[in-house]
Design a protein around this ligand. Structure first.
Ligand code: ATP
Ligand code: MG
Length: 310
């Protein structure tokens, strides 16, 4: 079973208007609402691939109810801890000129009891057949060692962890040795203290150092340049697929979904890497964080090239 954890979900609200007038009345032409946050995006993509997951984390208020409603509508199992306050609504205002204005809410503050309740819930899901996906930022009130704590907790019950986080959340969690990680280029550069654009060789060396800590799979995503994978003794570079890009937001989440789905299906490393490339490139062709269809993924799978790195 896959359990995605979204500590800080959001409603993504996209608004189209002609031209934003500061201090004036702006009439909206089109509004779109979607449930977002990294773990939720991962659950949506797993669902699009025909897999199953349970989405959990913290939700609050009316916005939290909307998120639950969206997931129910998609028949994505969800089991959130309800906290007081209001889940974030992040509004993106698109003007005809292409100008984008973003209005992001702060979201709720999580209390210590809420964290305890979530840890207890996660423990209940943890066994040898469970993969926890820990992805994204955390709300106010949640300490930066939370992914470390969860990883330790669920490892005790034989469960696995896929980590997709940055900064302190990432660095601290690494000490508990998650099983799968997917840093992007910048996240890995920052972790390794490289304050310049690293070469692929340097990224590989940094990834190899992480493997030495005992992490089973390291996938380093490099945007349109593709990705490198270190898993089961293999070191592979996959050049990015040529696609018509609509929105690269959530491409990383799509790769995390492909890694999780492949794990749950017991796929071989080569097939896992191919899936990662096809699903993430497919996500780039869709609007916002919408998952790609299986038809798109199937045709992109044909294009994936695996280059073994010596
Ligand atoms: N323009 C693009 N064309 C083709 N594939 C892309 C493009 N951008 C991203 N991808 C695919 O998506 C994968 C993940 O992208 P990226 O490295 O940007 O992740 P990320 O920075 O973690 O994204 P996010 O966290 O916003 O979801 C890449 O390894 C690649 O396979
Ligand atoms: Mg990312």
């Amino acid at each position: 079973m896959i359990v995605t954890v979204t500590m800080n979900p959001a409603i993504d609200k996209t608004v189209d208007i002609d031209a934003l007038e500061r201090g004036g009345l702006n009439r909206i032409q089109h509004v779109e609402l979607d449930a977002g946050g990294k773990g939720i995006n991962v659950s949506k993509t797993i669902h699009a691939l025909g897999g199953k997951s349970v989405a959990t984390g913290f939700i609050a208020g009316n916005a939290g109810n909307i998120i639950r409603g969206v997931l129910d509508q998609w028949q994505i199992a969800n089991d959130f801890i309800e906290v007081s306050g209001e889940t974030r609504t992040n509004t993106k205002v698109f003007e005809k000129s292409g100008e984008l204005t973003e209005l992001n809410e702060p979201g709720p503050t999580v209390e210590e009891e809420d964290i305890k309740a979530l840890l207890h819930k996660l423990e209940g899901y943890a066994d040898q057949d469970t993969l926890f996906v820990l992805a994204g930022s955390v709300p106010q009130g949640v300490p930066k060692d939370i992914y470390y704590k969860i990883t330790e907790l669920v490892h005790q019950r034989g469960a696995k962890v896929l980590l997709d986080a940055d900064g302190e959340l990432f660095t601290k969690a690494l000490k508990a040795v998650p099983d799968i990680i997917k840093p992007n280029r910048v996240e890995l550069e920052q972790y390794a203290g490289m304050d310049y654009i690293a070469s692929e060789q340097e990224l590989l060396s940094a990834a190899e150092k992480l493997m030495e800590k005992g992490i089973g799979t390291v996938a380093v995503s490099m945007g349109k340049s593709g990705a490198v994978f270190l898993m089961e003794g293999m070191k592979v570079k996959c050049p990015g697929l040529k696609v018509k890009a609509h929105s690269t937001v959530g491409a990383g989440d799509a790769m995390v979904a492909a890694l999780s789905y492949s794990w749950s299906e017991g796929k071989l490393p080569e097939d896992t890497m191919k899936m990662c490339m096809a699903v993430s490139a497919g996500a780039v062709t869709t609007i916002g964080t919408k998952p790609p269809s299986m038809d798109v993924v199937s045709s992109l799978l044909e294009q994936v090239v695996l280059e073994e790195v010596k």
